[in-house]
Ligand binder design. Structure first.
Ligand SMILES: [Zn+2]
Ligand SMILES: [Zn+2]
Length: 277
């Protein structure tokens, strides 16, 4: 089994349902190598959704000590998922440097200033221009920030795309993807393969093959020199931990990738995608 690089608990992420104890117990039961807790931190989040989208970092690390005690030998990594906006890179780079994070995910949860999870009006434009603009913003995010390890869910925008054929593809916006990959590769960061996105597509009724990340995206990343990938289930509930990981690992290996990355104290490590090969 693998390390799951992207998860939320109810203690610090308002949209999560699982407790840290449930997370740890489930991971142990799944015989996983380790798990990262990456709570949401959305500086200047534009929506009032009745719960704070930031949390106190001192109490997070204090609480994390009790999780590690509970977990015993099982590795629990302390991470964060930063919600990017154009004005936040300097703030985030400095904030992250002050705490002993294991892993930092950088994500873009907004399109045209609104989170598509709640507001779908951004999708009124045609699909290609929506996806192009979203990936351009991700490229800017990857370029402007420095203090992070993983670029989260490039496909967040198509989880909610109300189109007939919503899967985001390299062919939709090749220049934007090239710009994003260039930033990730030159900075030695990881491209996340978010299996919650795969799961969401399946729950919407798309078939197994269609729901996987676009081959054009993965082959172009590899062709440009991208080798660093990190699988994350983005679980908010303990029934999706490591979801579709075995299948996704085999799929990634078919493009030439060999490792799932994980991070300890901001240092990257790799575990084989296909064990014993
Ligand atoms: Zn996210
Ligand atoms: Zn997340």
């Amino acid at each position: 089994m693998y390390t799951d690089n992207h998860n939320h608990t109810k203690h610090f992420s308002s949209d999560a349902k699982m407790t840290a104890q449930q997370l740890i117990d489930t991971c142990k039961g799944l015989n996983m190598y380790g798990v990262a807790v990456t709570e949401h931190y959305e500086g200047d989040y534009p929506h009032d959704i009745g719960a704070p989208q930031i949390f106190d970092l001192d109490s997070y690390f204090e609480t994390g000590k009790t999780w590690k005690e509970y977990a015993g030998d099982f590795p629990v990594r302390m991470g964060i998922e930063l919600g990017w906006q154009k004005h936040l890179p300097a703030f985030y780079d400095e904030m992250v440097s002050k705490y002993p994070f294991d892993v930092v995910i950088l994500s873009n949860h907004l399109f045209r200033g609104k989170d598509p999870y709640f507001f779908r009006d951004g999708y009124e434009q045609d699909m290609v221009s929506v996806y192009t603009q979203y990936i351009e913003e991700m490229a800017q995010m990857a370029e402007d920030c420095s203090n992070y390890d993983i670029i989260g869910h490039y496909d967040y925008i198509n989880r909610y795309g109300p189109y007939e054929d919503p899967q985001i593809r390299y062919a939709h916006c090749p220049e934007a993807f090239d710009r994003l990959f260039k930033a990730i590769i030159s900075k030695g960061k990881a491209l996340e393969i978010n299996t919650r996105s795969i799961d969401k597509m399946r729950k919407r009724g798309f078939d197994s093959a269609y729901s996987m990340p676009d081959p054009g995206i993965l082959s172009r990343y590899y062709e440009m020199g991208g080798r660093i990938i990190a699988m994350g289930s983005d679980s908010h509930d303990n029934d999706t931990l490591c979801i579709h990981f075995d299948e996704t690992a085999r799929y990634l290996a078919s493009f030439g990738f060999t490792e799932n990355s994980y991070f300890v104290g901001r240092t990257r490590h790799g575990e084989p995608l296909i064990p014993n090969v």
